[in-house]
Design a protein around this ligand. Sequence first.
Ligand code: 2HG
Ligand code: ZN
Length: 497
Amino acid sequence: MRKVRVRAIRIVFSAPESVDRQAELVGVEIIIVDNTAMEFSTILAQACPGLRVETDPQILGSHGRDWSDLPFISPSAVVFPESVEQVRQLVLAAAEKGIPLVPSGGRTGLSGGATCLSDEVVVSFDRMRKILDYSAVDRTVTVEPGVVTQAVQGFAAEKGLYYPVSFASEGSSQIGGNIATNAGGIRVVRYGLTRERVAGLKVVTGRGDVLDCNRGLVKNASGYDLRHLFVGSEGTLGFIVEATLRLIDPPRPSRVMLLGLESMEDVMSCFALFQSSLELSAFEFFDARSMYHVRDGEGLPAPLDDECPVYVITEFDCPDEDIEQRALECFEKGVDEGWLHDGVMSQSVQQGSELWRYREGIAEAAARYAPYKNDLSVVISRVPEFLSRLRAEFDCICPDYDVLIYGHIGDGNVHVNILRPEGESQADFDQRCKAITDSVSKLAGGMGGSASAEHGIGLLKAPWLSTTRSGPEIDMMKGIKALFDPAGILNPGKLLA
Ligand code: 2HG
Ligand code: ZN
């Protein structure tokens, strides 16, 4: 028999719907500390003088998981390094003793990349939040990994520049996590993903080496660009301890249009015309179910007179009346040609933000139902075919499910949120959703697409990596992992399960 020590028991009750109803027991969470786990924190505390090591149940609870709704498994400790040297020391000690480490940024990921699987030690970058350097000539800012995305955007704005990576969780996500997952968002259609912004990376590998990759250079034709291996590596090769990010000119004044259309083919006609006539900075779509839920969740009025099967939100530079006129001509052409049903255009920054709520509020509105998520991509031109095959599949395997389909159509990224019907148990729902993931991942893979467009593979999508990557590719990835992390201590079980 194995003796364990219980550190905490959390009993969770639902809030009663009214005063005469009783609260119901929702769950019991037992945080167990076994001897090995206690050793982990002691070993690291001894090996890294000055390192903050936390075993407080509340901190274990907050730092041991991300937004992916996976069952909580407590880490044995959370450590908070404050310098590159401390990260190096702790990786060396962990490699020597075989202590698994899970990197933790803002924990806003949706694929379980920052959740714990067993009694790992979480490495939080909350105490590495400094902006280290800025160069007006190079137009770069160098930051520690725990700097929040919005802080980089704000810093750039103070300097009269722009950091264009933007997404709903930018207020809490951290730069290290953005880079480790190659975060995308709503401006990819014009500015690309986080990868495009990374001019230099300092990384501590699983061997304890500190690599200073590319050092902000624009030109560097000196062989393999290791920097790009770490972008999107989900903390499996090394920990990002410093990043140099490229800033750009701020965007010109813009307008936002919300459009109602009949079909995805129409969305493509719209994209082709708008893209060739205007400087787009976003081109997003969502279906009627998404519109229903976002209006319900956010209490929003109907933006158009009629309901439509599909909606587009697009933002484009509009510095003068000529461009405004051109945008209106695009709109009229769409109506004349019969692929555009209705639409509205913002007349102020405030109105633009109000229109964006119809798109940006969808994930939050769906979150009330703890949806099962898929995040898929195909090349842009194949999105209509992909979605019609996906819907045909859903009609077959889950006609009873409420499914929200939305995303970043300007870069071929489709988000699928499936809501659990009231009568179905969580276990049955999870099982059916796994079968759905299997089928949609194969569908995307078969069309040359990806089972994870921007949320990462993490833990949740690891079984489907092979729908997107070939056997030889995965073998190469495993070889690279073994080279950078020979002891296999960096985020084990994620990405390459
Ligand atoms: C978005 O585009 C986010 O709104 C979240 O990437 C998508 O929650 C989702 O499925
Ligand atoms: Zn997205």
